[in-house]
Ligand binder design. Structure first.
Ligand SMILES: [Fe+2]
Ligand SMILES: [Fe+2]
Length: 334
């Protein structure tokens, strides 16, 4: 078998770039390109540590490279008359976002889902991505069985687990899902994305964004402070909730350890932010968050971490924060 994963990554990149630059749904267009590279690296690290053989790790890398290839079709969560919309399996659907250019993947999507251009909702990207990935791999000459296994991994990357089967493919499925969760919910890049999404949400609700420091404080509160529900009960903060999900949502020992380490970092910087807000510290982490938020129209974490490190270089917390974030982006450390 001969396959170049870099070629698959180029196909993913070409497909993502069929959409307009800027925000698509909960993240910016190019987020998927960086996320895909990081998930590929994570499945390699987790797969090796969990004792998978070289060929299974290669197959996981292929699944990782293609797992979100149809993600850009999905915008914000779809609602009809204020109610969320679900598919036939009870999974939440997103608003359809149409590309502004076409390539063979986009053409194939519209062939598979006739009428999709007029549909208010997109097919769940794990399901459409599985079909597209299988089609790509068969065209590259891979066997039906091999392509079907990759499709299985992709189809299941956001679905809840069913059964307790421990066969080879089930273990691989756990690893892809774990890697996907780690990159989307744990680490300092998640911190960046959540900060920017705060501004995006504000704009989508027609609320003002001129007081960016205030928005940075509201981001801190969302991440690190409990809220009170309408019935008076208390809801834990976001960082604690994802911390609690490590035991329930992440399966492999290696992935749990990576998530714990990254979660500890998110918690540590929350405490530093709180101290800065209390003391009114200037040119520190809060100003870094403000700087990120000011660039919300055109997010680019590599550019922003590099620039923030120069702007607030006198502050050790900012320097270390940016260095760790850049090493996450480049998959140097986990
Ligand atoms: Fe996904
Ligand atoms: Fe993903």
């Amino acid at each position: 078998m001969s396959i170049h994963i870099e070629g698959l990554e180029r196909k993913l990149e070409e497909t993502v770039k069929c959409w307009r630059d800027g925000w698509v749904g909960l993240s910016w267009r190019d987020y998927v390109i960086g996320h895909t590279k990081r998930v590929r690296n994570l499945v390699k690290v987790i797969g090796k540590s969990e004792g998978l053989d070289r060929l299974d790790i290669l197959q996981l890398e292929i699944a990782a490279a293609l797992h979100d290839i149809t993600k850009e079709f999905e915008g914000l969560q779809a609602k009809t008359d204020g109610q969320t919309v679900k598919d036939e399996d009870g999974l939440y659907l997103s608003e359809m976002v149409l590309p502004v250019r076409r390539n063979d993947v986009v053409d194939r999507y519209f062939e598979l889902y006739l009428g999709a251009e007029q549909s208010p909702t997109a097919v769940l990207h794990s399901k459409s991505g599985a079909k597209i990935a299988k089609w790509i791999l068969l065209r590259k000459g891979l066997s039906q069985n091999y392509a079907s296994e990759v499709a299985y991994l992709i189809k299941n990357h956001i679905l809840p687990y069913d059964g307790i089967d421990k066969d080879r493919l089930f273990v691989m499925r756990q690893i892809l899902k774990d890697a996907d969760i780690i990159d989307s919910s744990f680490g300092l890049n998640t911190f960046y994305r959540t900060a920017l999404y705060r501004v995006r949400k504000q704009i989508s609700e027609g609320k003002p964004t001129d007081d960016v420091y205030d928005l940075a404080v509201s981001f801190f509160e969302h991440m690190y402070e409990p809220t009170t529900n309408l019935d008076g009960s208390s809801k834990d903060c976001w960082v604690n909730r994802v911390g609690n999900s490590i035991e329930t949502d992440i399966r492999t020992t290696t992935a749990k350890a990576i998530a714990q380490k990254r979660h500890a970092l998110m918690a540590k910087y929350g405490a530093r932010l709180e101290a800065e807000i209390d003391t009114g510290t200037k040119n520190g982490l809060m100003d870094m968050v403000v700087y990120f938020m000011q660039n919300h129209a055109d997010p680019n974490p590599r550019r922003d971490f590099t620039e923030a490190r120069k702007l607030y270089t006198a502050n050790q917390d900012v320097r270390i924060f940016c260095d760790i974030s850049l090493s996450e982006i480049d998959c140097i450390s986990f």
